[in-house]
Design a protein around this ligand. Structure first.
Ligand code: MSP
Length: 652
């Protein structure tokens, strides 16, 4: 067998509820890492799944008058659908109610009982149902669950149970973590684990009186196995434990178990490794706990109804922006890592998301892609010229190429995105400084070829680099670039080498990928209204207008004009203020084209102007005339003379 398979897991989620932004963030993190490892050429096993035997799941089923199995079979669909519709490309989805898993749990229980690691005793203490956790009286805070993310009332429990001899593993666990400090991540969480273990481990109750759901204790049907003992074992079920020894050897130990901090210390960093020691299996290489999301400053809670459903949010934002649903999903995948260093707590707000969407995606990335491909069409009919990349730009790509792998490998996603956006800004600045429109005007063909090649090759690097985060958007950039080999077939080392864009590549027409969202909230159903550009063309094409006479047409004063200067209008994201030379005068025109044209690329361009349109004040600026533009799928494409003609030429 070849290299070890890179094995990544998420927690398996309780199926009493639909997945929200918290579950989404862990699963996306795992997906980003999985995609990155595949890009590096590693074989990956990325597993997620559902934890179905919890008492609270049984309770939720009962409340709906359903059998637990029927209930979980229904709810699991929401998870499957959510992951599918948020571009989660897992390799295995494990359900704890599956026979393959039940067999592993039963066998592991028996094995540990034979070794004397599981024994019968009386449990007296407290149980937190939402957390499915046993607590000692002394651990409670004001009589409630001491987990800071929970703090809900607990139930008194007194029952005969089976115990796992956790106390016997205290020293071995401490020794292990002392020898392998890198297992507990991020670093700042390590001490919490060590002090929890040092404070003394008590044996853990790992069964409950049967409640009509769950895996029965072998030879003791009055009990079912505690949901956490059951759930943790999913990680070896997926790895082939007891079913496929060769697979187990290739896959185990897990390279990363990902989760939030709520289930890190007690369960993943203490109980789980102790169980593995008892089963004589190697311990996971990394346990990574990220922070908790709040929404608009508040804890996510069912009673508040503030749990953000990622699919619903993406659908709403897509409707507001005009970008495709899949692109907005990608934007959401990007957003959860963009602002908050992965590992720390973060606050989610739709306003924050929209703001980032507009600034980082519509503006920085979207504009870069759109203007570079548009310029290629303008200057090279869309075909990539042969040139070598500008060494200045290669140097700017270096931090990205060099540091991105380690940032992703170590789950420093925030830093990874900083590196990528640093390069995007550098590319935009390069375009502004090199001003290809000027090189074209001055007929400096060689320089123009080098600049255009370098920028488009930079866009190609960006597409590869963002692909683990935004697979659909990256694929769309790849398509527009006209790359001959599929993005999915790329390998990091080769793909991230500058100069990999083949000369003579035929690019597709530039189409905006990220369409700016109005920042003030509109009712979800209302379509944003364009400010000066005509409303997007309906399909099929609008019915023809009533005819006009030739004389009426003659009343239009259409002329070729040249744009002398262009600037944005603060506070109006769709508008540009243009200074236009009509051949007889120089005037100001406000045009609603800022989403598709950067001011710099317009200067020097010849356009068709309606000169005798009555002046109008738009956002406080007097506009004297209107540029003619084709309106295609809501996007404006400026009309320009097919050959060079003098400024002031009449258009008839
Ligand atoms: N079923 C157990 C896990 C068993 S793993 C062997 C469980 N399930 S859960 O549905 O409650 O999911 C917990 C996980 O969901 C957290 O560890 C985290 O990955 C994610 N999150 C749930 N709420 C979250 C936030 N508010 N913020 C961030 N992540 C959160 O526990």
């Amino acid at each position: 067998m070849g290299d070890k398979v890179y094995y990544i897991t998420t927690p398996i989620y309780y199926v009493n509820d639909a997945p929200h932004i918290g579950h989404f963030s862990t699963t996306v993190a795992a997906d980003v890492l999985a995609r990155f490892q595949r890009l590096r050429g590693r074989e990956v096993l990325f597993a997620t799944g559902t934890d179905e035997h919890a008492p609270k799941v049984a309770e939720a089923a009962r409340q709906r008058g359903k059998e637990p199995q029927q209930f979980v079979d229904e709810i699991v669909q929401t998870y499957l659908q959510t992951w599918q519709e948020t571009h989660i490309d897992y390799d295995d989805f494990v359900r704890t109610s599956e026979p393959r898993h039940k067999a592993v749990v039963t066998a592991a229980f028996e094995r540990l009982r034979e070794r004397g690691d599981i024994y019968r005793g009386i449990y007296e203490g407290w149980y937190c149902v939402p957390d499915e956790t046993f607590w000692q009286e002394s651990e409670l805070i004001e009589g409630r669950c001491p987990n800071p993310e929970c703090r809900r009332p607990v139930q008194k429990v007194q029952e005969e149970n089976w115990f796992f001899r956790l106390s016997a593993y205290q020293d071995r666990l401490l020794e292990y973590y002392e020898a392998h400090p890198e297992v507990l991540q991020p670093d700042f969480r390590r001490n919490e684990v060590l002090s929890f273990i040092r404070s003394g481990l008590r044996d853990a109750s790992i069964t409950r009186s049967a409640y009509g759901w769950g895996i029965p204790v072998p030879d003791d049907p009055s009990k079912v196995i505690y949901v956490w003992f059951d759930a943790l074992l999913n990680y070896i079920t997926v790895a082939g434990y007891l079913q496929d020894e060769a697979k187990l050897r290739d896959v185990w130990p897990a390279d990363v178990h990902l989760m939030a901090k709520d289930i890190f210390v007690r369960f993943h960093a203490t109980l789980w490794p102790a169980i593995l020691m008892g089963l004589e299996l190697p311990l996971p290489r990394r346990l990574f706990a990220h922070g908790f999301w709040t929404v608009d400053g508040e804890k996510i809670s069912k009673s508040k109804g503030n749990a953000i459903n990622p699919r619903q949010l993406a659908a709403e934002v897509a409707e507001r922006s005009g970008s495709s649903y899949d692109v907005v999903v990608d934007a959401l995948r990007f957003f959860i890592f963009r602002e908050v260093p992965f590992g720390l707590d973060g606050d989610f707000s739709t306003t924050g998301f929209v703001h980032r969407f507009n600034s980082d995606l519509a503006n920085d990335l979207g504009n870069l892609v759109n203007r570079s491909i548009s310029m290629l069409h303008r200057y090279y009919e869309g075909v990539v010229p042969a040139a070598t990349p500008d060494p200045a730009l290669v140097a700017l790509a270096e931090p990205l190429v060099r540091d991105l792998p380690a940032a992703l490998e170590e789950l420093r996603f925030h830093q990874a995105l900083d590196l990528i956006w640093g390069f995007i800004s550098a590319l935009n600045k390069y375009v502004d400084e090199q001003a290809p429109w000027r090189l074209a005007r001055e007929e400096r063909r060689e320089e123009l070829a080098r600049v255009m090649y370098s920028v488009l090759d930079g866009v190609r690097l960006v597409a590869v680099a963002i692909s683990p985060f935004m697979p659909v958007a990256a694929g769309e950039i790849w398509r527009q670039l006209g790359m001959p080999t599929p993005l999915a077939a790329q390998r990091w080392d080769e793909a991230m080498r500058p100069g990999g864009l083949p000369a003579a590549t035929v690019t597709a027409t530039a189409e905006p990928i990220f369409r700016r969202i109005e920042e003030k909230r509109r009712p979800a159903k209302e379509k944003p209204v364009a400010e000066t550009t005509p409303a997007p063309a309906e399909k099929p094409a609008e019915p023809a207008q009533p005819t006009i006479t030739f004389d009426e047409f003659q009343r239009l004063d259409l002329r070729v004009a040249r744009i002398e200067a262009a600037e944005r209008i603060p506070g109006a994201n769709k508008l540009l203020k243009l200074t236009v030379n009509t051949g007889t005068d120089t005037r100001t025109v406000v045009a609603g084209i800022a989403l598709w044209y950067a001011p710099e690329e317009l200067v020097g361009r010849k356009v068709v102007l309606v000169c005798n349109l009555a002046p109008a004040k738009i956002r406080g600026v007097e506009s004297q005339g209107m540029l003619l533009a084709a309106d295609t799928e809501g996007r404006a494409v400026l009309l320009q003379p097919e050959q060079d003609v003098p400024v002031g030429s009449k258009v008839r």
